[in-house]
Design a binder for this molecule. Structure first.
Ligand SMILES: CC(C)(COP(=O)(O)OP(=O)(O)OC[C@H]1O[C@@H](n2cnc3c(N)ncnc32)[C@H](O)[C@@H]1OP(=O)(O)O)[C@@H](O)C(=O)NCCC(=O)NCCS
Length: 319
């Protein structure tokens, strides 16, 4: 396609990119009104704000036909979502986008690259396999009904309540916690973008230098969750002997946060390779409502599983 141009996204592209993204997923999932996909939730502006370099679009003769995102979580680069305008499916635009996006990811030298896709779709799997990603374990995106009368565990703070002078030290602590889960993992960009946009909040477990965990929660119009629910984008507790009990406290805090925001559904997913974490979530009453498969690509090509391994207590949403 000689007139196809792949370039970085600009703010002027937001409306078209948002429409392409909703209709592509709404069509894939068979919605009666595909454009209603994700309700008043959004991904385009938020992902652009968090990682402007990692946002791509395709255009043909000045018309936007695809958009795609790369999230930068330090040593982990996440690909997606990638969407192509429905009337242009099957013409090689997805592959052209992936050529550019995977070139960008390789140039950033992430130790680990990952994505979440539909395990029931061999064409999706083949597409990503062509770029070096390999199927690993299922990620269970789980949900739990929110109890309205829960109590916030002691020693919980919200990032948005901190004075700005304290935020850098807390970001360093969050980085240390993430590092204990996987070397170089850094959620700083996500925490700051939630804070700047008011798309929910980051819940902090434990005081100052004794922090044991954190959870980046999306909630509200314009966030990835939308108004009716709270979505845990990432949560982790420090790898330590008490990780299991701290994880339970952190999930309880997420539930209380969800209730305080007036939502009755909490969504949190974990990769089933994190065996104890998955069991702990089942014990806490979370139940799977959507399965995706984690596909991974490692810098050294050694096929390691990153932090999708036993002993890690972490929730994350790579959708
Ligand atoms: C998946 C998607 C990005 C592919 O884009 P595309 O421009 O149609 O892809 P291409 O024309 O470059 O084709 C690439 C491969 O995808 C396959 N493909 C095309 N349309 C597809 C569809 N609707 N569903 C699944 N696979 C599809 C092609 O057959 C091709 O596979 P092959 O090389 O084994 O023959 C696009 O169909 C889309 O936006 N789907 C809905 C959103 C989605 O699922 N995004 C990915 C989330 S992980």
């Amino acid at each position: 396609m000689s007139n196809l141009v792949i370039r970085q996204m600009k703010e002027q592209d937001f409306a078209d990119a948002d429409r392409i993204n909703r209709i592509a997923f709404g069509t894939f999932f068979g919605l009666e009104t595909p454009s209603a996909f994700r309700g008043d939730g959004e991904v385009v502006a938020g992902r652009f704000a968090a990682n402007p370099d990692g946002t791509f679009v395709a255009e043909i003769d000045g018309t936007l036909v695809a958009c795609g995102f790369v999230m930068d979580w330090g040593s982990l680069g996440l690909l997606g979502p990638l969407t192509v305008a429905v009337d242009a499916w099957g013409r090689g635009i997805g592959r052209a986008m992936l050529d550019e996006m995977t070139r960008f990811m390789d140039s950033r030298k992430f130790a680990l690259q990952g994505l979440f896709t539909h395990p029931q779709s061999p064409t999706h799997i083949r597409l990503y396999e062509a770029y070096g990603f390999r199927m690993k374990r299922i990620t269970a995106v789980m949900e739990r009904a929110v109890k309205a009368d829960g109590e916030m565990p002691a020693e919980v703070r919200c990032f948005s309540d901190l004075p700005s002078s304290e935020k850098p030290a807390v970001l360093r602590e969050c980085r240390r916690i993430a590092e204990s889960v996987y070397g170089g993992l850094d959620l700083g960009g996500e925490i700051l973008s939630i804070d700047r946009a008011g798309f929910g909040d980051t819940i902090l477990l434990g005081q100052e230098s004794a922090m044991t965990g954190f959870a980046c929660c999306h909630q509200g119009r314009g966030s990835e969750a939308g108004s009716p629910q709270t979505v845990v984008k990432f949560a982790a507790v420090r790898s330590a002997a008490n990780a299991s009990s701290e994880f339970e406290k952190l999930m309880t805090a997420c539930e209380v946060f969800a209730a305080l925001r007036g939502t009755n559904r909490l969504v949190a997913g974990t990769n089933t390779g994190r065996t104890e974490c998955y069991e702990a979530m089942l014990d806490m009453g979370f139940r799977s409502w959507m399965n995706g498969i984690a596909m991974l690509k490692t810098a050294g090509g050694d096929g390691n599983d990153g932090y999708n391994v036993p002993g890690v207590f972490s929730v994350d949403d790579w959708r």
